[in-house]
Unconditional design. Structure first.
Length: 68
């Protein structure tokens, strides 16, 4: 009887270990997604800055044209 209970506990421990590893994998996957999103945000920020620069250039050109 005691051996059967030990085997049941061992099976339960293995099942919980497996669930824990699955959760670790999920956390790593979500971390990767977060890093990917951070990269995308940085890329969009750079695009926004590039567009801001382009707007300033066009405004300066417009001022130059209006001054002529």
């Amino acid at each position: 009887m005691l051996i059967a209970e030990v085997l049941i506990l061992d099976d339960e421990i293995l099942r919980l270990d497996s669930q824990f590893l699955t959760l670790d994998d999920e956390v790593l996957r979500l971390d990767d997604q977060s890093l990917t999103l951070d990269d995308e945000v940085l890329r969009l920020d750079r695009q926004s800055l590039t567009l801001d620069d382009e707007i300033l250039i066009l405004k300066n050109e417009l001022l130059t044209l209006n001054g002529q």
